[in-house]
Design a binder for this molecule. Structure first.
Ligand code: 13P
Ligand code: ZN
Ligand code: NA
Length: 283
């Protein structure tokens, strides 16, 4: 069965380790992410963007995720990533997602509160986790594009107010990471994370996990960022293996040949991220 990510993340935070939420883009990837997690006996979260929900269908995603979680027999959550549309959130919850993100970070504080509360009202009684964002995470994720100059770090006092006003069970404060691969080094504000964690009890979420040095991610986790989102590096590992294959064999025909290489590369990447957050053996 797919589990609500609220208790998963609360437990991880209390135990001072993180859980990786991997963005998956195909039915295949659901299986190999869970295979990686199972080999390391680690709990894991699968997440899909709105684009992936539209391309694969929410019910199909839920069925495949359920089947895979039962097959590999590890604690698995299924999360809707960065959603701005209440209708899609409702659809995902109805289909069986166990966690949803309402991303209203592009709106003023009060409206972010209102939109988040609306989702919580629906999700709470069903045991579905809710994640909201404060500040603005820079970079590109699906249709959400935030230019570097528009990225904005979350204000600790506002995080406290936001959690009190909404009762949101998981919070993603922007603290200097960005979606995608950095041009330079990420400018992570550890003092800010500490200040936020001091003021709110809920597990925090680290967005833009790709290309953040392992030591920095571990420091974020130790400060209370229990959910670590990874998308770009997994896609890169997968696509790079396919590019390599076709560079050597442009006429290649058997999909199993190149998909196996892509899977192997992405699985190794997934395992390195699981080890990074310390969730190995935590099943
Ligand atoms: P990256 O693409 O930097 O890994 O960010 C992932 C993310 O935050 C998904 O919400
Ligand atoms: Zn994100
Ligand atoms: Na990133």
């Amino acid at each position: 069965a797919l589990l609500s990510t609220t208790p998963m993340l609360e437990k991880a935070k209390a135990d001072n380790h993180g859980i990786v939420a991997f963005n998956v883009h195909s039915f295949d990837s659901i299986f190999w992410v869970l295979e990686a997690a199972a080999e390391l006996k680690s709990p894991v979260i699968l997440q899909t963007t709105v684009g992936t929900v539209k391309s694969l269908g929410p019910k199909n995603i839920v069925q495949v995720a359920k089947a895979a979680s039962e097959h590999y027999d590890i604690p698995t959550g299924l999360h809707l990533d960065h959603c701005t549309d209440f209708e899609v959130i409702k659809e995902a919850i109805r289909a069986g997602y166990t966690s949803v993100m309402i991303d209203a970070s592009m709106h003023p504080f009060e409206e972010n509160v209102t939109r988040t509360k609306e989702v919580i009202q629906l999700a709470k009684s069903l045991g579905v986790n809710v994640e909201a964002e404060l500040g603005k995470v820079g970079g590109v994720e699906d249709d959400i594009v935030v230019a570097d100059e528009d990225a904005q770090k979350a204000v600790p006092e506002e995080c406290k107010q936001f959690v009190e006003m909404t009762g949101v069970p998981t919070l993603a404060p922007a603290i200097g990471t960005a979606h995608g691969i950095y041009k330079g080094k990420p400018d992570i504000d550890f003092d800010r994370i500490a200040a936020i964690a001091e003021m709110v009890d809920v597990p925090l979420v680290l967005h833009g996990g790709s290309a953040v040095p392992d030591a920095d991610v571990r420091r974020c986790v130790s400060l209370g960022m229990a959910k670590v989102n990874v998308s770009t590096e997994l896609k890169n590992a997968y696509s790079e293996a396919i590019r390599h294959h076709f560079a050597a064999k442009p006429d290649s025909l058997d999909p199993r040949a190149y998909l196996q290489k892509a899977k192997d590369a992405a699985k190794e990447m997934a395992k390195s991220k699981i080890r990074m957050v310390g969730s190995e053996g935590k099943v």
